[in-house]
Design a protein around this ligand. Sequence first.
Ligand SMILES: *[C@@H]1O[C@H](CO)[C@@H](O)[C@H](O)[C@H]1NC(C)=O
Ligand SMILES: *[C@@H]1O[C@H](CO)[C@@H](O)[C@H](O)[C@H]1NC(C)=O
Ligand SMILES: *[C@@H]1O[C@H](CO)[C@@H](O)[C@H](O)[C@H]1NC(C)=O
Ligand SMILES: *[C@@H]1O[C@H](CO)[C@@H](O)[C@H](O)[C@H]1NC(C)=O
Length: 789
Amino acid sequence: MKLLLVPLLLAGLSATSVAAHDSVRSRKSLGFGPVHPHAVFHSDPSGIPQNFGSFHAKNPFQLAQSFADGIIPPHLDDASTFVLRKDSYTDRNTGVTHVYFRQFLNGLEVADGDLNVNVKDGIILSYGNSAYQGDAPDGNPVRTSTHPHSDYCSQLANEFDARNTHYKRQLGGQTIIDGLDFYRDTILRPLEHMFESSCTFTDLPDRFLSKDHKLEDPRHALLQFMIAATPEEHMVQDILSKYDDYINEMSSYMDTHFVGGETHLPVELISNVPETVNPVKARLAYIQVPDGDSTHLDLVWKFEVEMKDNWYEAAVSAHAPHKIISVVDWASDAYAPIPRKERPGLATYNVFKWGINDPSEGDRSIEAEYNDKLASPLGWHSLPVANDPYSGDKSFAYSSSIRNTTVTWGNNVFAHENWDGRNSYIGNYRPDGGESLEFDYVYDPKLIPGEDALEEARKYINTTITQLFYTTNMVHDLYYRYGFDEASGNFQQHNFGRGGEENDGVIANAQDGSGFNNANFMTPPDGQNGRCRMYIWKTATPYRDGDLEAGIVIHELTHGMSTRLTGGPANSGCLGWGESGGMGEGWGDFLATTIRSTSNYSDYSMGAWAANRENGIRNYVYSTNITVNPSTYKTLDKPGYWGVHAIGEVWAEVLWVVSNKLIEKHGFSDTLFPPLAEEDGTIPAGDFYRPREHEADGSPKPLIPKHGNTLIFQLVVNGMKLQPCRPSFLEARDAIIQADEILTGGENRCTLWEGFSVRGLGPDARVDGRTPWGGGIRTDDFELPEACQ
Ligand SMILES: *[C@@H]1O[C@H](CO)[C@@H](O)[C@H](O)[C@H]1NC(C)=O
Ligand SMILES: *[C@@H]1O[C@H](CO)[C@@H](O)[C@H](O)[C@H]1NC(C)=O
Ligand SMILES: *[C@@H]1O[C@H](CO)[C@@H](O)[C@H](O)[C@H]1NC(C)=O
Ligand SMILES: *[C@@H]1O[C@H](CO)[C@@H](O)[C@H](O)[C@H]1NC(C)=O
């Protein structure tokens, strides 16, 4: 019955007319997948088996491997293995080793079977586990029985039904009208597309449904995904009408260059896929589909699909009918509901200096390159020839030779204009600071209305690229010092032999022509460039340039950090949807707000200047006052809070409250930047860190930031490293509390709980009746743990 109802609802939806909201461009973005009912995060070491003997105690990786082997349930003993991922690493400050495993069954990867184990001093501190626990599949993956298609479709239908009902209620005229277009485009439309492409087949050629496709042929599953993914309605029609032509055009070959994880399974590269800008990577894997309290396995093609405005990681059933089980867009939008030479010295830039959020808050001044030798040993305008995408044929270059540039091009960031909104960037325009590296340009936008406003905004491209380059490098250097370094997956062309994958500096597009009134960031796994696209905002005259609003740039770059730190540098699929996707947005808002805050407390909005709205682009300003910002955990149950930006707003607000509790206790540091290292590499404590303590054996203990705002910054970063893949609010909270346990011995335990409890995330906060698609009823807990009362 439900299934029959849905198309009617869909028809009703398309007939609904919603006043077009010219001020916001909504990029189509699919982000969808099941919540695992059996996933756990244990952060109490006393509840975790620790008996692995002294043999392993010295090597955290071996210890973690023994632990991993030990938690495989007996009935899976013969079939299941945990393979240690090579992006595992030891944190230089805390000494915690973050070990990541991927589950394999009969030699085939379980794409969402993630295990992360945190180890220090021979103790398993915590672990998160979403490995498949059901019966072993029979030896031949090809014959694996799959989750009934009809169940999948009725679940999808129910979810659409519920969301559409809420949407219509909102249309009836209430509060979040501004967010409605966005809600329709990003929450409803993807579901609609998924349902249509996976559950209704009336328009598709018969062959599409054929069970005869060779399982080894990923093209049908891929083409069906493209039908759901393309933002162009006419492309959908075109593919449907010329289905066989499109299939035949696609060609694929095995590539041994990209090995699929640690078992060296080959990856297939598929070319000539419509709507993509690079060959699609494909490999077979299992994925888990929720079924009550446990999960079924489904055999899927895992695709990495790079499109103009999206970079998807999708899991699509290998068997026909090909349903999309999960999809993560590595691109995240800023927001949503609403709207070469000798170098004489350091470069200088005429910019809104660090701490000035946007042009309404202050004037520009001449600022020098930051010169942190630890974070950026070569400075901001140099990189090894071997890691320079400009160099052409690398075989002639000595890897040790350094290229110094006089443009906005260096080891951390390539910043440039991208008016054409294209994917290529190397040849794009960049300002040239000359031999003295002085990037000093005018900024004096005139009030020119109409068509010419865009041309006027483009006159300041030099200024804008300079600002984007400066802010992005500052963020690189700041985050580096809190532990987002090479080993943990940061963005650099060259890694100085300090671990991690190279050749992944940030490609930063100023005034990107692919949109207006927004911004976004694409985070592929470690070793591939991140891509930041900033837009012009047509929200005022003169137009406002997102590059000049530090908060928006910081929000975007923070996606890069949270995605690389959660679940390990090589897994970019851990913050794709639901609560975890929401927190991906929330961390960006929280860190942007923390960066602009001063010792005089104030409430802050997000994106207020660019959007030309006093209260910014979120529902509420960030405030410790619960009357001003009433968000609590339970708020997530409200209609309008399914989108990641609304969820993120709640998380950022919780962190803001927690942060201010720590500031009350430890005071406020006027700078978030730790002291520069001495010549010999040691870091002075200054007024920034507490005096360094040592263990009984003389080895140094971790450096601990002294003040509340720097401490929360550190705990949030460390928490990202501890938490499991696809964390919930409760798990991310527990990871922050454990980060404090590790760093300070837990001296802020009760202060942290005070902050979390004020916003409903006390120890007994819970969600009941969690649906596979993220629904459920949340209960706030405003109490403190007994030990803190
Ligand atoms: C680049 O600058 C560094 C100093 O930062 C200098 O040692 C090196 O010789 C320069 N390279 C070239 C090719 O000029
Ligand atoms: C940007 O600066 C360059 C000098 O580096 C100058 O030649 C050019 O005209 C400037 N562009 C604009 C749009 O002002
Ligand atoms: C905080 O407020 C005081 C009093 O208004 C002012 O003197 C001081 O400069 C302010 N500090 C900052 C960092 O804004
Ligand atoms: C919180 O905000 C409300 C509404 O603006 C105000 O009336 C109240 O005094 C504020 N409370 C505190 C503690 O500042």
